[in-house]
Ligand binder design. Structure first.
Ligand SMILES: [Zn+2]
Length: 133
């Protein structure tokens, strides 16, 4: 894998071929935009560490006390709740109290494997369901 540093944008472009024709240049610029949104491993590591500390805090204990999933409102018990970043770390989310919610394993897995758009759809069906109950 080749890494090209881009000084102007302060980002790295990985695995991109620079093609000199008009279309190639356009593609190269596009890939830089995408790459810029990717958060550094160091930052993710720092945020994960912060999340680990928060998981031991009284704030989190209170948060999971009811044992209810933030997304589907199901009562699954505190031992079945995982800590979830509403905005994922890989998308620039931080380990702050506002961005950390208890999620059941079902929701957590879905969130991990669904595309953001599919996840939105899932949340929509959940809220529709809770309205009909
Ligand atoms: Zn859930």
């Amino acid at each position: 894998m080749s890494t090209i540093s881009c000084v102007i944008w302060d980002c790295k472009v990985r695995d991109r071929q620079i093609v000199v024709d008009g279309q190639g240049v356009a593609m190269y610029i596009m890939s830089m935009v995408i790459e810029q949104e990717i958060i550094s491993d160091e930052e993710i590591r720092r945020q994960k560490e912060k999340a680990r500390r928060l998981r031991k805090s009284n704030w989190w204990m209170r948060r999971i006390q009811e044992g209810v999933c933030y997304y589907c409102y199901q009562k699954v018990g505190r031992s079945n709740l995982t800590m979830d970043h509403v905005v994922p770390l890989s998308r620039g989310g931080k380990s702050t109290k506002g961005n950390l919610v208890p999620a059941c394993k079902d929701c957590n897995n879905k969130k991990k494997y669904l595309l953001p758009i599919e996840w939105e759809e899932y949340l929509k069906t959940l809220s529709e369901r809770s309205h009909t109950i």
